[in-house]
Design a binder for this molecule. Sequence first.
Ligand code: DAH
Length: 342
Amino acid sequence: MDIQEKIKAIEEQIENALNEIKSSKSLFELRMRFLGKTGEISALMKNMRDLPPEQRPSLGKVLNSLRQWTEEKFDRLEKGIKELELKKKYADEKIDVTIPGHRYPDGAYHPNTLIRNELVSIFAGMGFEIFEGPEIENDYYNFTALNTPKDHPARDMQDTFYLAEDLLLRTQTSAGQIRVMENKKPPIKILSPGKVYRSDDDATHSPMFSQMEGLVVDKGITLCDLKGMLDEFARKIFGESVKTRLRPSYFPFTEPSVEVDVSCFECGGKGCRLCKGTGWIEVLGAGMVNRRVLEGCGIDPDEYTGFAFGMGIERIAMLKYGINNMKLLFEGDTRFLRQFKG
Ligand code: DAH
């Protein structure tokens, strides 16, 4: 076959093959077959070496125009195929934004978390910092340093889970007060939320519950400062018209100690089921930090005074949301929890 015939044959092959091409992948393969380094056109070009020199230029021309013709054919077809492929891709990936999406069930904050967050934000607004102490404490921080030595009758107020002779699950976040005062000089203004543990279990008590502790120590702090701060807290959490009152009480680590009541936010103080007809609801314990506690932490009680308070978060949640059984707060029943979308 002479070279012209060969060229003709290749051109025909290309025309025929191109008619069959449907994808850019097979087009690429075809391109390699003719135009690749070891392709058919390249092979023809290599053959030129065997020709006498005077024939080479004219054949070179012919082969070059064949290569050019082929490349143009391929390029044109490739452009068309790519466009089609892109169109198809867009069609396949088309998203109908009007189709309703899948709704994921959204969660709700646990009432305890809602109250804790609310308390933190109220007290943070008054300049309190957060301190979180350990849940496993030793006897010293939970009791002794809080003026409650081993033989002290007040230890009976809190049935304790002991882990070892000297190690226990903290019964009160008050333990954190000591850790703070040991490490920080006044002025001190901390808020300490956390879980506490007591061997206690009924409709209003749970072996594990949460407390929120507060401690302020500085020069010239008085019971009036405590009262003022509590008024502000009560208004923010229970409502603007709520008032507080202090009743004498006893805690080993405060002197004087008080029990704090808020006026009943349900009946406005007239007397109802929530306040058991008294018009008042007990919400927390508090007092002026006992001199002995300050001294034990290396703080001079003649120079500094302080107040402290501690409240049960579940108790506040039960009062605020009208929950009558504490167990509901620990069972994790989503039918109950769903109601607290905050
Ligand atoms: N720790 C006490 C309790 O668990 C609550 C308490 C009372 C904390 C008076 C205080 C306080 O800081 O001053 O019953």
